[in-house]
Design a protein around this ligand. Structure first.
Ligand code: ZN
Length: 310
């Protein structure tokens, strides 16, 4: 049997970040403005390290390149990136390109499809998804004339909500929100509006022309599947099944057994503690179950977000 690959994440300080990841998950964060935990990542801007076992100290990118037998999907790069985002204040209003646009305009990078599971949020927290422009012309006019209140309508959110964000979708995570994000492994963001904020005395760069290029007009919401089922002592909720990934939540209250997965599988323990095939696991841990690990049993009180790449 192949060991689980436990991950030591990379953390990122951000102008909008906070310190909740220390309080909630006990992480050794680098500052009181820690915005992102790259929990499972092989991206060059935040390449995680394997902890323990045969591959202790390896970078995930190196492991993926040299030990395909643990993954088996043979892509150029590890395809997914799982983050926890602690937004103390608002993130910029932004949009991501798709694979085709990124390949041509961003040196062959992946585009970015992403999805959000709301881990926690303030009572009056909101989020931005989509916009109100009916055409590209109206969109360009609203942006160039700073008509942000006409263009964007924040929507209320609550803990446990889930959103799929397709490329070309205007979006922003707003302050008071803690999110688990599963996405294509890409760091390409076009910033449309940053509320006039300054970082080190200067506004952050905006990417207006590229944003207008890629924004879908008019916006259409993607309705998530969210299919719930029960298996032994677990409730399983399929959150999304799209072109790039499948994401689901597993809540265990007792014991549940699964057959050997047909590909490698990502785990982020959100709540509780328990065991996987007898090995103790707890809240805040992230690991990859490699291809060939085999059948497994989860025991205890556990809430887990799982994903698989496609
Ligand atoms: Zn995004």
């Amino acid at each position: 049997m192949t060991d689980l690959l436990f991950i030591s994440p990379v953390f990122k300080r951000m102008i909008w970040g906070g310190n909740r990841m220390r309080d909630i998950y006990g992480y050794d964060i680098p500052g009181e403005d820690t915005g992102e935990c790259w929990a499972i990542s092989a991206h060059e801007n935040g390449d995680d390290t394997i902890v323990g076992g045969e591959f202790d100290g390896w970078k995930l990118s190196e492991l993926y390149a040299k030990h395909q037998e643990l993954f088996g999907d043979g892509k150029k790069k590890f395809p997914l990136l799982v983050k926890i985002i602690d937004a103390k204040t608002d993130l910029s209003v932004q949009v991501h390109p798709d694979d085709a646009y990124a390949a041509v305009n961003e040196n062959g990078s992946f585009g970015k499809t992403e999805c959000w599971y709301i881990l926690d949020c303030d009572k009056d927290a909101t989020i931005i998804i989509g916009h109100n422009a009916k055409s590209k012309e109206e969109l360009a006019d609203m942006i160039k004339n700073n008509r942000w209140d006409d263009l964007i309508t924040p929507r209320p959110i609550k803990k446990g909500d889930f959103f799929q964000i397709e490329p070309g979708t205007v979006h922003a995570i707003k302050g008071g929100t803690l999110i688990l994000e599963t996405q294509q492994s890409s760091d390409i963001t076009y910033r449309l509006y940053d509320y006039g904020r300054l970082q080190n005395g200067k506004p952050r760069q905006l990417h207006i022309e590229k944003s207008i290029d890629v924004i879908n007009c008019p916006h259409k919401d993607v309705l998530s599947a969210c299919k719930k089922s029960r298996k032994e002592d677990a409730e399983i909720e399929e959150l999304v099944d799209c072109k790039f990934y499948k994401v689901w939540k597993t809540d265990v209250n007792g014991k549940v057994s699964f057959e050997a997965p047909s590909t490698y599988r990502l785990f982020s323990v959100l709540e509780g503690k328990g065991k996987i095939n007898g090995l103790e696991i707890k809240k805040g841990q992230h690991f990859i179950m490699p291809l060939g690990y085999g059948a497994y049993t989860l025991e205890g009180d556990l809430s887990i977000i799982n994903s698989e790449a496609k």
